[in-house]
Design a binder for this molecule. Structure first.
Ligand code: ADP
Ligand code: MG
Length: 393
């Protein structure tokens, strides 16, 4: 596979090759940590990893995109340090965290030499972090004699990101990266962890546009939104004793009791409750191959993120407003946590290339910024591309 050639130069005798996709969320934003339902798809852009097991406890990794190399030991991972006692660089916390998490789950790991690179934009909201985590989890599994369910692999990776890297993400990213199905969106219920692939409407493509804006405050704003959702649950519990999360609040109950919430909290809760409903509607639209109806729900979702959840930016709004005016576009919305990052649009496949060019050009003239635009298809999840049986000493 040509995309591994670059890696082969650095690790010619790699026994294990893994590709691990990014993901885009088509609908259901800021609902994963409220036990809601989401509708992501893995995309055909990947972290590629080449590795071979070692007979000792050392892990030597090279991140070509960061021009970085570290060596750490599988013993004493909680130090977050390399073999010379130096703190691990941020990018190395992801693979080291996966090792830490798997070992914490009682799974024996082998030392490993690994090199990896990706064609995913990094830090743009397409989950390059989950792609890295799953790539390493799958590689360690391939080198070991245990096997986890995909959901357990995803959970181990989420645990690594939450507790080792220290990023409070929900399970959606790792789920999508682990479970991707070609040509399908993934309807995933965070309360039951059940999921179902639903085909994208025929003759459609996903177009992702990177606004080029990264907000410094994104992490603290994200934590703030999580708190506001928790606060809404605490307050609503006074009237609705049986709820554990906003997922448990029906629209009827919300309308009856919303007046008791402070204004900001009420807006946040309304977004989450209505967004979960939108995902249900959207799944019916997919079953009926109704791209128009699906697109309409995407636009409604964007408005809600802009006006109620308040996580959009002028640039994301400009991308969405521009996109929906272009011929062949069914719908468009910001995707990911917001505060910068990307939009996702559903477009007629035969129009995808022209749509992308037009979107980039109009965005540039409107904002003076360049948008990177990617036409994507839903892809399979993280997997081993090839394992050779010869061993390395
Ligand atoms: P994203 O939306 O892309 O997941 P995050 O901030 O969650 O953004 O994760 C980005 C981080 O993941 C990077 O800063 C880096 O530490 C790690 N990462 C992602 N892609 C790579 C890569 N190709 N090589 C090394 N580290 C990577
Ligand atoms: Mg991430």
């Amino acid at each position: 596979m040509s995309s591994f050639q670059h890696l082969n130069e650095h690790l010619p005798d790699a026994a294990i090759r893994v590709s691990s996709p990014g993901r885009v969320n088509l609908l259901g934003e800021h609902v994963d940590y409220n036990q809601g339902i989401v509708l992501p798809a893995a995309i055909d852009r990947f972290v590629r990893l080449a590795a071979h097991p070692r007979s000792d406890r050392l892990v030597s990794i090279r991140a070509l995109d960061f021009d970085g190399e570290v060596v750490f030991s599988l013993d004493g991972l909680e130090q977050r340090a390399d073999i010379d006692g130096q703190p691990l660089p941020q990018w190395a916390l992801y693979p080291a965290g996966v090792a830490w998490s798997l070992q914490a789950g009682g799974l024996p790991l082998s030392g490993m030499d690994a090199v990896y690179a990706s064609d995913l934009p990094i830090g743009a909201g397409l989950s390059s972090s989950a792609a890295v985590e799953l790539a390493f989890a799958v590689a360690w599994q391939a080198a070991a004699d245990w096997q986890l369910e995909r959901m357990q692999l995803a959970q181990a990776c989420q645990f690594a990101e939450n507790r080792y890297v220290g990023v409070g993400c929900g399970l959606m990213d790792q789920f999508a990266c682990a479970h991707g199905v070609a040509r399908h969106a993934l309807l995933f219920d965070l309360r039951t962890l059940s999921w179902q692939p639903l085909p994208l409407p025929p003759e459609t493509a996903i177009v992702i546009a990177d606004s080029g804006v990264r907000r410094q405050l994104a992490a603290s704003e994200y934590n703030q939104r999580r708190k506001e959702c928790e606060q809404a649950v605490e307050l609503l519990k006074q009237q609705l004793a049986n709820i554990h999360s906003l997922r448990d609040v029906s629209r009827e109950d919300f309308e009856m009791h919303q007046a008791m919430l402070p204004e900001t909290t009420r807006k946040r809760a309304r977004h989450v409750i209505e967004e979960i409903e939108r995902v249900k509607q959207a799944s019916f639209r997919l079953v009926e191959e109704d791209a128009v109806g699906f697109g309409r729900l995407m636009v409604e979702g964007h408005r809600s993120l802009r006006d109620l959840f308040e996580v959009s930016t002028p640039e994301l709004d400009a991308l969405v407003e521009t996109a929906v005016e272009i011929e062949g576009c069914y719908g468009s919305r910001l995707t990911g946590a917001g505060f910068g990052g990307c939009t996702v649009s559903l477009v007629r496949r035969e129009r995808a290339a022209e749509f992308s060019n037009e979107l980039a050009a109009k965005y540039a003239s409107r904002t003076g910024r360049a948008a990177n635009v990617y036409v994507c298809q839903p892809s399979r999840g993280a997997r081993v591309e090839g394992v050779e049986t010869h061993s390395h000493g």
